[in-house]
Design a protein around this ligand. Structure first.
Ligand code: 3PY
Ligand code: MG
Length: 264
């Protein structure tokens, strides 16, 4: 069975960098898996991507030696089961704000005795290059479980949330976190409560041996966050890179002065 090299890196204390795929065509993952990112996250929370095209992406990404992850639309057994059973190597679960919600994530993502994941499917084993019996034996050691800290409630409950065994990473969603603080969504800010929230998450995660991660907009920000101790770094997205590069061309050519493009 193949090893989830992102999980291994994080367990060794190393950093791991990936990006977000928000466009529904599996060809995006097939191509992006060859650029050197450690992992690619298929976005199901805020995108039109279906479970079916996500499953195709997982296969193409894993086949290219990159780690296929997925952000589910909401914390539910059905979502987590379907993406893991169709071949994702890890789940990122948004808005985990309480210990009960964290326990629900682990129960859905880990087989007994660590959780209550139901046994079934075939693409999961195929993507790890193994048979189903081996997958059922070893999946708990390979599947990456990521909970998102992106609301003040989740920051306040961080100690209880991160005490739940089976969580590998706590990943900060800076936009939702700012919004929950009554501020404009942003990847970065000097707001003291935002900075304190990040420090609180880092300190609490260290106590429970959980890696920390955060979403950033560019490579410089990624380097800075790694230097601060964050290990699991998402750099912008497919659309952010596509439009950012397009905007560079149009700017150089004196075009599109009145246009502004999304950075994420
Ligand atoms: C946020 O910033 O809220 C996110 O969910 C980033 O992935
Ligand atoms: Mg968010």
């Amino acid at each position: 069975m193949k090893t989830n090299h992102v999980r291994s890196k994080l367990k060794r204390g190393e950093s791991s960098v990936g990006t977000w795929l928000t466009l529904p065509d599996p060809m995006i993952g097939q191509l992006m898996a060859r650029t050197g990112f450690d992992w690619l996250t298929i976005e199901l929370e805020h995108s039109p991507t279906s479970f079916e095209s996500a499953a195709q992406s997982f296969g193409l990404i894993a086949g290219a030696g990159c780690v296929p992850l997925v952000r589910v639309p909401i914390n539910s057994v059905e979502n987590i089961k379907r993406v893991l059973d169709t071949g994702a190597w890890g789940v990122i679960v948004p808005m985990v704000n309480s210990k009960a919600e964290a326990e629900a994530v682990v129960n859905a993502a880990r087989y007994a005795p660590s959780g209550q994941r139901s046994v079934g499917g075939n693409l999961h084993a195929a993507n790890f290059g193994t048979d189903a019996a081996t997958y059922y034996d070893r999946a708990n050691d390979e599947i990456l479980v990521v909970v998102m800290a992106e609301h003040v409630k989740g920051i306040e409950a961080a100690d209880e949330i991160l005490s739940v065994p089976g969580i590998d990473v706590v990943f900060i969603g800076p936009n939702d976190l700012h919004k929950s603080m009554g501020k404009k969504p942003a990847f970065e800010s000097d707001a003291p409560e935002f900075i304190d929230a990040l420090k609180h998450i880092q300190k609490t995660a260290a106590k429970y041996n959980v890696a920390t991660g955060i979403h950033v907009l560019d490579a410089d920000a990624a380097k800075r966050r790694i230097a601060e101790g964050f290990q699991f770094i998402a750099v912008t997205s497919d659309v952010g890179m596509l439009l950012g590069r397009a905007a560079q061309f149009t700017k150089t050519l004196g075009l599109g002065a009145d246009k502004s493009v999304t950075k994420y």
